[in-house]
Ligand binder design. Structure first.
Ligand SMILES: [Zn+2]
Length: 86
């Protein structure tokens, strides 16, 4: 019975180690799978804000469909400025 418990503990620890390993690797796997969908590459690209000319990651910006075109800004402030000017 004690032996069984010991085996269970060993399995539990192995599971924990594997889980933490997968977790640390999982981020990379998720990122690369995102790239495989074809959109991941675009999402990580640096783009320029047309209002303040600052470069930022698209995923950090504010993107809106404006005049049938997707435009991305570094912040809502810049988007509002752009909308006010156009
Ligand atoms: Zn801006």
């Amino acid at each position: 019975m004690i032996k069984l418990l010991l085996i269970f503990v060993i399995i539990y620890f192995c599971f924990k180690v594997v889980k933490s390993t997968v977790k640390s690797l999982g981020f990379n796997v998720a990122k690369s799978s995102q790239v495989n969908t074809g959109h991941g590459n675009i999402e990580n690209v640096m783009i320029q804000d047309p209002v303040c000319n600052v470069y930022f990651a698209k995923e950090d910006g504010v993107c809106n469909m404006i005049g049938g075109k997707e435009l991305c800004f570094c912040s809502e402030k810049c988007r509002d400025k752009y909308l006010a000017a156009h």
